[in-house]
Design a protein around this ligand. Structure first.
Ligand SMILES: Cc1cc2nc3c(=O)[nH]c(=O)nc-3n(C[C@H](O)[C@H](O)[C@H](O)COP(=O)(O)OP(=O)(O)OC[C@H]3O[C@@H](n4cnc5c(N)ncnc54)[C@H](O)[C@@H]3O)c2cc1C
Ligand SMILES: NC(=O)c1ccc[n+]([C@@H]2O[C@H](COP(=O)([O-])OP(=O)(O)OC[C@H]3O[C@@H](n4cnc5c(N)ncnc54)[C@H](OP(=O)(O)O)[C@@H]3O)[C@@H](O)[C@H]2O)c1
Length: 577
């Protein structure tokens, strides 16, 4: 039995699905807020999600322009700024961090090896029935929960284009391995043993088939570098590459870890005078675009990428949400290896399928590339698709909705003039997840939320503030919230219109479990909105009118959010009494 909503919400069982950064901090926050029965369900054998040890591959490092990836309850070892990694954390270190977090705070609350197969409303319509597969013994049981938080991540369900799927490979008689990057750690040895090392200086290597990596994102960069460092011949084919920030020495913290970069990205509303100047005046907009062009040019120079190189075919640093943090470029990193001729980069280009000879892939322009294996670095689809039947997905409001062509929302920002064309899928679809946290259609029920849906430059900070927001929402705390489903739907229509204007090339609705809301560079403004919703202090990094853009944002500034929320709740209760 689950508690009815009229009872203390803390008493009902809560399922947190997923044990990545979002699931861990959500469960921790709910438990500290007094929810007594919190179960984290993960299909993995370990905590960490993307950073679970089974997923770590050689050459995986933290990749945040902000340079931080932690949660306030637990410090993370700081790396020296000198040395090979220049302060960046390796995949193993992040993995250890999240497992220690799980062990320290959530022992007994996490059920490993449990895959959620189906979520549906229970008979009362107020709670949830969840079918859970126990991966160890293959049995399935149905569990009941009063509330659910989906933290299933945006990078846990591979997107495999059907023309490049293992099935299509079979049909074409292609005998080499075809793997998605999500399987890379698990299948790297198979890939190495089915391809031959080459001597790049040897002219005969020109006839050697290549591992073809499809896609231009960070996974593609990493796979290419890992394979080239193992002496394999690699060819990358993509429309364009992620842009990146890089410098010959680590950027100072007052640039990288302050609000400075976020000020160069307009937000749905402009809270400060400086933001209004930068984004609504022609002079400010000129400055914004000039700084971005300088940042990207200095990254090319730090990575020694000459003019005319295909490596300069990158996504727009201002309009896109595809940024990488190269830090101080490494000699065994993607760009250096490509410049040394150890990775061939073909861009702009598109792979349309396997060749009928069973030994190649074919490009859109008819070119044929001899292939020994194919690595699909084609990104991810929504992890929510598999959890609900179509009717529930739609009724709950987690499915994509047709975009409103009559939407009248428009932001007259000078910095947003001359945008690239709207992606066809962004034209057709919108998502309706309020603030990227609660599906608008379900907002009045206070029994479902999601965390981890808004690509952010500081995942730890963002997921932690979202976790507090969710807990307040479940508890029924006084908050700034839409007062009805209709008001929530109106708000999400406005949010969707904003995201289409701000990031026209990102069809947010296609993988809403990752991109329902894009805070991205504007993550400090977004988290300020959430703090404001909870009636809490914003612009926490402090500073004077002159220094505030350069004050370092530290996780400790949100370390007492629970106490602040408790104090506000008590104060409002005493005023009412
Ligand atoms: C290789 C890689 C490296 C990345 N590196 C960075 C980085 O350096 N910086 C950055 O900002 N972002 C990075 N990202 C993006 C990344 O997705 C987020 O940083 C972050 O991991 C998201 O955390 P999350 O908790 O939302 O999801 P995840 O970490 O993906 O966790 C999802 C959890 O949900 C569970 N799950 C999913 N479906 C089910 C189900 N049906 N039943 C039970 N459990 C389920 C999984 O087992 C997992 O525990 C990276 C992504 C990848 C793929
Ligand atoms: N810490 C790290 O170092 C690290 C490592 C890996 C990943 N990550 C993060 O994880 C997230 C996912 O990264 P990702 O690289 O896996 O995915 P991604 O960023 O979504 O990139 C997917 C790539 O595949 C291309 N693509 C998609 N469908 C295609 C198709 N049918 N044919 C050809 N190309 C296709 C996309 O190009 P189009 O959009 O042009 O179609 C894009 O270039 C990102 O946020 C990334 O930063 C971080």
């Amino acid at each position: 039995m689950v508690s009815s909503p009229s009872e203390d919400p803390r008493a009902g069982p809560v399922a947190v699905v997923g044990a990545g950064v979002a699931g861990l901090i959500t469960a921790y926050t709910l438990l500290r807020d007094g929810f007594t029965d919190v179960q984290v369900l993960t299909r993995d054998a370990h905590a960490g999600g993307v950073w679970a040890p089974e997923r770590i591959y050689p050459g995986l490092y933290s990749n945040n322009v902000h340079g931080e990836y932690r949660l306030s309850p637990m410090k993370m070892a700081h790396r020296a700024k000198t040395g090979a990694l220049h302060g960046r954390l390796s995949g193993e270190e992040l993995s250890d961090y999240f497992q220690s977090f799980a062990h320290k705070f959530l022992d007994g609350n996490i059920l490993y090896g449990r895959e959620v197969r189906r979520v549906r409303r229970d008979a009362s319509g107020e709670g949830w029935e969840v079918d859970v597969l126990s991966i160890g013994d293959g049995t399935t049981e149905t569990r009941n929960y009063a509330r659910i938080v989906l933290c299933t991540g945006g990078c846990s369900s591979p997107r495999i284009p059907h023309e490049l799927s293992p099935k299509a490979a079979d049909a074409a008689g292609f005998t080499g391995p075809v793997i998605h990057t999500a399987e890379f750690a698990e299948r790297m040895q198979e890939l190495l043993s089915s391809t031959r090392p080459v001597t790049f200086a040897d002219e005969n290597s020109a006839d050697e088939p290549s591992v073809i990596v499809v896609g231009g994102g960070k996974s593609a960069h990493d796979m290419c570098a890992s394979l080239a460092n193992e002496g394999r011949k690699v060819t990358l084919v993509c429309h364009n590459l992620d842009y990146f920030l890089a410098s010959t020495s680590p950027l100072p913290e007052f640039i990288r870890k302050s609000r400075f970069l976020s000020l160069l990205s307009p937000h749905i509303h402009l809270r400060t005078y400086l933001e209004r100047f930068l984004h609504t005046t022609w002079l400010g907009a000129l400055l914004v675009h000039f700084i971005w062009s300088r940042l990207i040019e200095s990254a090319f120079q730090a990575a020694k990428i000459p003019k005319g190189s295909p490596l300069r075919n990158v996504a727009s640093p201002f309009w896109s949400v595809r940024a990488n943090d190269e830090g101080v470029p490494r000699s065994n990193g993607f760009h250096a290896l490509a410049l040394a001729g150890k990775i061939e980069v073909i861009t702009p280009a598109h792979v349309v399928g396997f060749g009928q000879d069973g030994k190649s892939v074919v490009l859109e322009d008819g070119r044929r590339l001899a292939a020994s294996a194919v690595v699909l670095a084609t990104g991810y689809r929504s992890s929510w698709e598999d959890l609900f039947d179509e009717r529930t997905l739609d009724e709950v409001g987690l499915s994509v909705q047709p975009a409103n062509p009559q939407s009248s929302h428009h932001w007259d920002y000078a910095s947003l003039s001359n945008p690239p064309p709207l992606h066809p899928d962004a034209k057709r679809w919108s998502s309706t997840v309020y603030r990227g946290i609660v599906p608008a259609k379900n907002i009045m029920k206070r029994n479902l939320a999601v965390n981890g849906t808004g690509i952010s430059m500081n995942n730890g900070y963002t997921a932690e503030v979202v976790a507090h927001w969710i807990s307040s929402y479940f508890l029924g705390d006084p908050m700034r919230l839409p007062e009805s489903t209709e008001a929530a739907l109106e708000a999400t229509e406005r949010e969707a219109a904003w995201l289409k204007q701000r990031h026209p090339q990102t069809p947010t609705a296609l993988n809403p479990s990752y991109t329902a809301y894009l805070s991205f560079l504007s993550w400090p403004q977004y988290t300020d909105d959430l703090l404001e919703d909870m009636g809490l202090r914003v612009l926490r990094s402090g500073g004077s009118w002159l220094t505030w853009p350069f004050k370092v944002i530290d996780l400790d500034e949100i370390g007492d959010l629970k106490e602040e929320r408790d104090a506000r709740r008590a104060k409002l209760a005493s005023v009412r009494a």
